[in-house]
Design a protein around this ligand. Structure first.
Ligand code: UDP
Ligand code: MG
Length: 321
């Protein structure tokens, strides 16, 4: 029978592990009654410094098989997911979800129904509405998606995160991508295959606060854009070209003014404003180029995206339901 691995990255989630695994068990029993599939859980502990690992060790009698992969330190969610994909590359599919109960286990059934009935390779959940978020973060996400989707060959779906199910083909293709800066949203889209989206409304975080503050999100967005799009570089050249054309026209106009209208040349203030404006623009452009050079440096070092400390079978599971 096919096995679906449920991959859960964990960073300081001691308060949710028990509730999460109970809810998962219920959901999996329901699904196993409809579809002939087995489940197992892969926790990837991303260097938690609370009692998350102890809580996972307490699951030794859990009815579902449980595997724990502990990374040697905090490597970030993207790396934790990569470690989990590697661990589940022999399962027939991998379902990725957060540990903080924001991804309702009940929705797993919907994802799996769509995955099996519609014969697709990947089903992702996307946020139905961002109404609960502030104006600023909605604006930022709009800018982000329009920048990152400037290429037309593959499309990164809006408001879809890591809550998704991937077939073995997709998992293997993603694992084959050599980059160590792993911006998962981009990689899921880059590999292609038949995909389907299912809308959902994320729940409030059950405990603790999101790891991704507005700054971390901004940096993640910059990482994503510089990994998957060269639009900012193109925009810089276009902007430069536009300015060059405008200044040539202005230059011709000044000559015309001087020769035929005999007006005096405008004062210092306008020159000062222009010089400082273009100083700023040039620094921004240098920064953008710097981001891309930084990416090249990180990739050139060829360091692995994560280091595994422990890989433990916590529960063998009861002969699968
Ligand atoms: N996470 C992780 N490593 C990190 C930060 C977060 O593995 O460095 C996990 C975290 O435990 C959770 C998931 O990634 O399971 C999503 O994190 P969070 O809830 O903080 O993010 P948000 O829901 O705001 O996107
Ligand atoms: Mg969360």
């Amino acid at each position: 029978m096919d096995t679906i691995a449920i991959l859960i990255p964990v960073f300081n989630e001691e308060k949710t592990i028990v509730e999460l695994t109970n809810e998962l068990e219920e959901a999996c029993v329901l699904i196993s009654n409809i579809h002939k599939v087995n489940f197992r859980i892969i926790f990837v502990d991303d260097g938690s410094n609370d009692k998350s690992v102890e809580k996972i060790f307490q699951l030794k009698d859990h009815p579902l098989p449980v595997q724990l992969i502990s990374l040697s330190r905090n490597f970030g969610k993207e790396s934790a997911i990569s470690a989990g994909l590697e661990a589940g590359k022999d399962d027939s599919a991998i379902l990725i979800m957060d540990a903080d109960l924001q991804h309702p286990p009940a929705l797993i059934q919907e994802l799996i129904n769509a995955y099996i009935n519609e014969n697709v390779d990947m089903v992702y959940a996307y946020k139905q509405s961002r109404k609960t978020e502030g104006v600023f973060s909605r604006l930022m996400s709009k800018i982000f998606y329009s920048l990152i989707n400037t290429n037309s060959r593959f499309y990164i779906p809006k408001d879809a995160g890591d809550f998704r199910i991937l077939s073995n083909k997709v998992v293997k293709s993603i694992l084959n991508l050599p980059e160590n800066e792993r911006f998962m949203k981009g990689l899921y889209a880059w590999v292609g295959f038949k995909v389907k989206g299912v809308p959902y409304t994320p729940k409030k975080r059950a405990h603790g606060v999101s790891f991704f503050s507005i700054w971390k999100l901004l940096f993640l967005a910059i990482d994503g854009i510089t990994s998957f799009s060269i639009a900012p570089l193109r925009m810089m050249s276009m902007f430069g070209l536009g300015i060059a054309i405008l200044s040539t026209l202005y230059f011709l106009f000044i000559i015309f003014e001087r020769l035929f209208l005999n007006t005096s040349i405008p004062g210092l203030a306008s020159i000062f404003v222009l010089v400082s404006f273009f100083g700023g623009v040039q620094l921004i452009c240098l920064g953008i180029i710097g981001e891309y050079i930084g990416k090249i440096l990180l990739e050139a070092k060829k360091r692995p995206p994560y280091v595994i400390d422990k890989d433990v079978e916590i529960s063998k599971g009861k002969s699968n339901s």
